[in-house]
Design a binder for this molecule. Structure first.
Ligand SMILES: NC(=O)c1ccc[n+]([C@@H]2O[C@H](COP(=O)([O-])OP(=O)(O)OC[C@H]3O[C@@H](n4cnc5c(N)ncnc54)[C@H](OP(=O)(O)O)[C@@H]3O)[C@@H](O)[C@H]2O)c1
Length: 254
């Protein structure tokens, strides 16, 4: 299927690894001119070098209010930067709550606020916010993650309604547990959960798999395929949706 985005400019945050990097491969393969945003310059350059297509990079922290000006205008925006850590509710500090809010709500808010008006002036735009199944039902792995992802989902819906008549289509993709570094890297969620629960890493991973009706984690490419579709011309009647890519984890079509 031709996504119809040849020559479109696509800014994506959190683009140097995991779901973001897989999305960059998918968008570049469709002929989009991708701009990869993440903090670590070396990792960005290594990731960009592996992509076949028109690729540029910007080393920036999305929680810095000056970042939207540095990123510049685009036809497509993917707000993908995000992270979590296994933290019991009673241990979460105010700073941790604030950091999750800044990353999952303020950063995508500022980027949409900066980029959506120019998309609307040109009469075409696509924005995808990468939320989480944890934003659709309470997750006790990290309540601050769960609450701020839920807020990100509503932020996405608010922008969808605001811009729908001006050619800018805003949607959310809500992955469930996905085989990216966030879960599987050394010290990632698998190791952290294992330590918190006093079980082995494999037992922690199996406990997570047991909660997924499909019986396995998603892959970065499976999530990226849905994001890329929602960035495309083909998704011309999809607005304000919140698409689960979670192997059936969240039982309600929220
Ligand atoms: N993996 C899962 O199981 C899962 C499940 C549900 C939802 N999600 C969501 O999917 C998105 C991607 O997750 P992932 O698993 O692909 O994560 P990942 O592999 O850890 O990649 C995260 C990316 O975000 C960048 N990043 C983090 N903080 C940033 C900041 N402040 N400014 C700019 N870039 C930043 C990282 O690069 P630098 O560190 O160099 O900045 C990296 O490129 C996140 O929003 C996450 O919440 C993931």
């Amino acid at each position: 299927m031709d996504h119809g985005i040849q020559g479109r400019t696509a800014d994506e945050t959190g683009a140097s690894s995991g779901i973001g990097l897989a999305t960059e491969h998918a968008l570049a393969a469709e002929g989009a001119r991708v701009v990869m945003v993440a903090r670590n310059t070396d990792r960005l350059h290594v990731a960009a070098a592996a992509i076949d297509g028109d690729v540029s990079t910007l080393a920036a922290d999305v929680t810095d209010p000056r970042t939207p000006d540095r990123i510049g205008s685009a036809d497509i925006l993917v707000n993908n930067a995000g992270t979590s850590a296994a933290r019991p509710l009673e241990d979460l500090t105010d700073d941790e709550w604030q950091a999750q809010w800044d990353l999952h709500v303020m950063a995508p808010l500022r980027l949409m606020r900066a980029l959506a008006p120019a998309m609307a002036e040109r009469g075409w735009g696509r924005i995808v916010n990468v939320g989480s199944s944890s934003g659709k039902r309470a997750s006790r792995t990290n309540s601050a993650y769960s609450v701020t992802k839920a807020a990100q989902h509503m932020l996405s819906r608010v922008f969808a309604e605001e811009y729908v008549t001006r050619g800018v289509l805003v949607n959310t993709v809500a992955p469930g547990p996905t085989e990216s570094g966030l879960w599987t890297a050394e010290g990632g969620l698998a190791d952290q959960t294992a330590e918190l629960r006093g079980v082995s890493r494999e037992d922690a991973l199996q406990a997570a798999r047991d909660k997924i009706p499909l019986g396995r984690f998603g892959t970065e490419e499976e999530v990226a395929a849905v994001i890329a579709f929602l960035c495309s011309e083909r998704a011309s009647d999809v607005v304000g949706a919140n698409w689960s890519v979670d192997g059936g984890t969240v039982p309600l079509p929220l």
